[in-house]
Design a protein around this ligand. Structure first.
Ligand code: ZN
Length: 219
């Protein structure tokens, strides 16, 4: 039993294996390895995802079950799930160029372009600050200014700095810093928090206030 963010319903769900695992033997650098493919059904939406992973234990070799191997991908094995989750967020109150960059960051992630995803997330945070008239040098100072001006809370500012840390490697040419699928997903959710805090929540509050006033004047 695995838990993934389902690429169909974009929700964190349990998925259940639906049938046989297809196993292909792969030889590389003298080590025997196996590429395994399997289908899983989402317990939430009922749709199928395919997972491919590389393993040193043939999942179809039942002798491994006595060692606790289930024949399913393990957390430490490189797993690729298809379809990958796309943008889970709508950004209706975010300025268009920033919203489209945020959506593109999700698109990068779904294509397995994890470094590009975090580099764009970093750009989204920086351009959010600029759109709010913050022009300090560097992204760190801009995040601090967002917090100092009360546009984001302290907790969200910490998240924005996490995006900065991960995005800096890709943005400044330190390409040796690995970015995993999990890292990139985490960063994209953090990016969503920042956009929510700066644009979405205030717009929602303004709409509610306007509706309340309209009701008062037309009882
Ligand atoms: Zn689903």
């Amino acid at each position: 039993m695995a838990t993934i963010t389902c690429g169909w319903c974009n929700t964190r769900c349990h998925v259940t294996p639906t049938g046989e695992v297809a196993v292909t033997e792969r030889w590389g650098y003298g080590d025997r390895a196996y590429v395994a493919d399997a289908t899983y059904k989402c317990d939430g939406c009922g749709r199928l995802s395919v997972v491919s992973w590389v393993t040193n234990h043939s999942p179809s070799d039942r002798t491994w079950s006595s060692y606790g191997r289930t024949g399913e991908p393990e957390d430490y094995e490189d797993q690729r799930w298809y379809p990958t989750p796309r943008s889970q967020m709508d950004f209706p109150d975010v300025p268009e160029e920033i919203a489209s960059a945020a959506e593109e960051a999700w698109l990068c992630r779904s294509a397995g372009a994890f470094r590009a995803a975090v580099a764009l997330a970093r750009a989204v945070v920086e351009s959010t600050a600029k759109a709010k008239g913050i022009t300090g040098t560097g992204i760190a100072a801009k995040i601090d200014q967002l917090a100092a001006q009360g546009l984001i809370r302290a907790a969200v500012s910490e998240q924005a700095h996490e995006i900065r840390h991960l995005g800096n490697g890709a943005a400044h040419g330190d390409l040796g810093d690995p970015v995993t699928a999990e890292d990139s997903e985490e960063v994209l959710h953090l990016m969503g928090e920042v956009l929510n805090e700066v644009w979405q929540s205030p717009a929602r509050a303004a709409r509610l206030a306007a509706a309340r006033k309209a009701k008062k004047s037309n009882p």
